[in-house]
Design a protein around this ligand. Sequence first.
Ligand code: C2E
Ligand code: MG
Ligand code: MG
Ligand code: MG
Length: 291
Amino acid sequence: RVKAEGRNGFRFFDVSMQRQAQSRWQLEEGLHKAIERQQLEIWLQPQVTNMGIISGAEVLLRWRHPERGMVSPVEFISVAEESGQISVIEEWVLEESLRLLCQWQSSGLPDTFRHLSINISPAHFMQADFIQRILPILQRYNVDDINIEFEITENLLINNFKHAIDTMLLLKEQGISFSIDDFGTGYSSLRYLNQLPINVLKIDRSFVNDIENVDDETPIVDVILLMAKKLGLEVIAEGVETSIQKQLLDHRGCRLYQGYFYSKPLHHRTFYSLLQEGGGKLLSPQDHFDN
Ligand code: C2E
Ligand code: MG
Ligand code: MG
Ligand code: MG
């Protein structure tokens, strides 16, 4: 992949490229052992209603690397996608998340908490045996009262729309619902929106960011909210960082939020304490950061 030889036979493979390749290879090697060495952790970011109730959470995977500290999923998910390890990793994420939910349900869960979102990589979703391998996991855990949502991105739909939609319909029968993550940043065709069994659009953080900018007319957020309303979809605003952003979004009719203004992602134990403490309400935004 790397262009190792120039026109005259000179080697272009310089030191920095070599380091990069090496570091990537080390990540790939490390990932193979990460699950059994218990280095992967489930972190959760609250999803909050405009009334301050924690109605759900998004599962965000963390890798506590022995030498590097926390490795960002932005870095290791793409490595896992390229190396084919993504399926095993996301099956672990699903299983762990469901196991946690069952634990919480038996030790007490506010009944306003209704929902868990799990990111599914297109590389995983489009595998021929995706359903076959995921169904037994879903059936092993009885979490009837909680809605399990898979977050997919628009790019999933580019290559094999038919297969994607068939898979979604099968999962829907099993009680899984879907949201479009980072909505508005990928391949967007308005046509697919009313063909797909989706429930939620997640407005990408970049649009939420723009909203405070006075020079910016930011009709995008309005358009998304209006379109969602017409199509009967829910909307959640991602990456809300300030109370002004929250107010502006409220004013435009948004009702669900996720972002640092409310809470950063939290280790699942911290998240559960937070949920218990407030009886399902997020008492004091931003007071409980542990990262
Ligand atoms: P995402 O699914 O769009 O998740 C939201 C990301 O935005 C998270 O980054 C979250 O920490 C961050 N975020 C939330 N609120 C704010 C905010 O107010 N300001 C800022 N600046 N950022 C905010 P994180 O946890 O680093 O994850 C990055 C991406 O990694 C995720 O983006 C998702 O695409 C991917 N990812 C994480 N876990 C998984 C997984 O299990 N499977 C797959 N396929 N992807 C995952
Ligand atoms: Mg997501
Ligand atoms: Mg997102
Ligand atoms: Mg993203």
